[in-house]
Design a protein around this ligand. Sequence first.
Ligand code: ADP
Length: 788
Amino acid sequence: MNKFLKRLPLPLKLLLLILLPLALIIYLTIKIYNEKSDKAELLHGYLNRINQSAIVSDLITNLQAERRASYAFALKRDSSYKPEIDSYRRATDEAIRNLENLKVTTLINFKGYTFLDSLQSARRKIDNGWVADLVMHYYTTSIFRLNTLHLVSAGNNKYLNPVFDALTVEKILNEMVSYLGIIRANFYNALYTKKNNIAMLYGLMGTYDVFKSYERELLIKASPEMAARYTEIRNKTEVKPTLDYLEHTFKKFSFDTIYAAEDWWKMSERATFRLRDYKNELLNSARLKMDAVYASEKQSRNELIILLIIALVIVFSWMIYTSRIISTMLNDLGRAAQKIAAGHTNVPIPEYSKDVLGNLSASIRNIDEKNITLAKTADAIGKGNFNVPVEPRSEKDMLGNAILQMRNNLREFTMEIEKTHENFRLVADAAPVMIWMSGTNKLCNFFNKGWLNFTGRSLADELGDGWIEDIHPDDLDRCVQTYSSSFDQRCDFYMEYRMRRKDGEYRWIGDSGIPRYSPDGAFDGYIGACTEIHEMKLYEQRKDDFIIMASHELNTPVTSIKGHVQLLQSIYEGDDKKISDSKVIVRPSLQSISKQVSKLTWLISELLDLSKIETGKFELYKTKFDPAALVEEAIQEVKHLAPGHTFTMRNGFTGVLYADKERIAQVLLNLFTNAIKYSPGANHIEISLQGNHEHISVSIKDEGIGIDKKDQQKIFERFYRVEGKSEQTYPGFGIGLFIASEIIRRHQGTLGVESEKGKGAVFTFTLPLIKNDGNKLLTDTESVLADN
Ligand code: ADP
């Protein structure tokens, strides 16, 4: 049964909940209605009995009247009684029909046992001269028997209580009237015939005693009002003289002549009427009361049924309404639970009173709130807040405990990752290169300290695509293109671009980028390292420039020589006129060829020296010599090349220098030719030779274009030529000073310049005075070893 009920859908359960009590109520209602109906029927039965009594009483009254008239007729044989007899007979017949019409079970065939079935034959006998005593006997027997059909008291139950007294008194009165009727008739007979008086009185004494006993019973059983009413009738109507006469006669035991027969009959008849009237009065009042009780019972039954129907409707409606409310509440809770089961949060859950549903609603709300708390906690953990408190609801709260465990594991895991990141950052920051990293969206998410120190910008400035601002506008498109296409193909790249340093200068950077992958093989972005290649880049540039310049410089004398050689060829191949002019033409041509050849020789020897320096084959051949004489020789040689210039030599040293004389001469010639070359508007050069016991120093001062401070170091580098309009007009490879500085350096000397732009330059080299070790030939390597 339990299983069956549990399986039933909720609406059916609620319907059963309604229908079962309703069926019970309807069943009880029908039962109560039936009982009420039975009760009303009972009352109706009583009412019928009262009516029956009234009709029986009526019949008895009529029979008594018919008896008296018939008895008088039989006694007197006086046909004048006939109309009276007929009228009583009709009344009697009417009363019998009324009784028959009642059609109650208690009266079925009542005529058979009340002698009324022989009424017609008795009447015929009376009409034919039946003896008066037989007439009296017949009617009296029948009347007595009919008296037994008078209402049998149903007992003093609560329904009959209001009429019980009246019915009891009425019955007693009925008995009294019957007995009085017998006595009256006998007294009439005695007074009329004046015979058998004593014998008759004896015969009637018993009847009179019964009559009086009824009267006593009446006074005992009647209510005070009824007793008073009876006493009033008894004392103030014809009842009094009638009963007084009876009492008087039975006392004396003989009839006196107070009343003639007819007078007695009339008086006693009126007395009988009085009693009968009172009897009918009681019966009527009982009938009215019973009617009222019956009507009220019927009304109460009807009211009951109406009330029950109303109650049923109200109960049914209320139960349907309540069921609907409960069903709605359960449905609401069900829907809320479903939503929560589907992962919703903040589900609106109605608040109910503190019963089962209220507790259910509170529990669901609690689950929702806890879910939200756990979700917020998980969200906070997901966002990296590992200090968020996690409080499992109980030891068995799997979800709460799992989130707690997850938080702790993630905290440890994250700390490890952070440690790894920190280590990476430390390594990256300590690395001598600039490191950057980007994510899968191409945007940069990391720059090391090296990068930030270089650009002088903050990490926030550089992140994303902020780094673009660092790139030289001319390189930007190419740079972005290389980065983007490599990124799309996930391939390594190397690119060079200019990046702005914190001092605002753009420096060449070599940037290598490679794609990054996570342990599970997923692409994570790029990582790249940059190194500054500015110097290398400039060197390359200079080298390129040098090759162009060298080609040009070498090409010019070769073309010139070629022209002069062709000219000389044409002279010697028979052109008489030209031969005659040969002296004029040949000399300058040969001079020009010689000049160009020496220039070529110089250039080629410079290139050879550079090659030797770069391949490590540059050697020194040291000898002892007089440096002052060497300077003088160099001046003379240069003078020859630049006849317009004046040279002033101040010599403050006397001594011998141990060095590679040829190379020192090369240095002097280089410095002299530069002084001449870069002094277009001046023609005076001062040379000073100073020395002490440790070293000598030689200065060459010109009044030329001078050198900017920023270039003063660089001019000693390979291929470096000062950029500028004036400087560019002078031919040169940019290697003279480099070779010179190398020569001096290899002698453990120094070469430097002091100058100001536009105010001439002073080049000074120093050389240590090393003691003679026997004119030994030192290789470059040996020289260096000797120094150390
Ligand atoms: P170059 O063959 O170009 O002269 P150098 O190495 O001899 O090569 O000189 C390097 C550069 O130094 C020159 O290009 C020039 O710009 C600068 N320079 C050298 N000497 C002088 C000077 N006396 N006055 C001004 N500039 C000079």
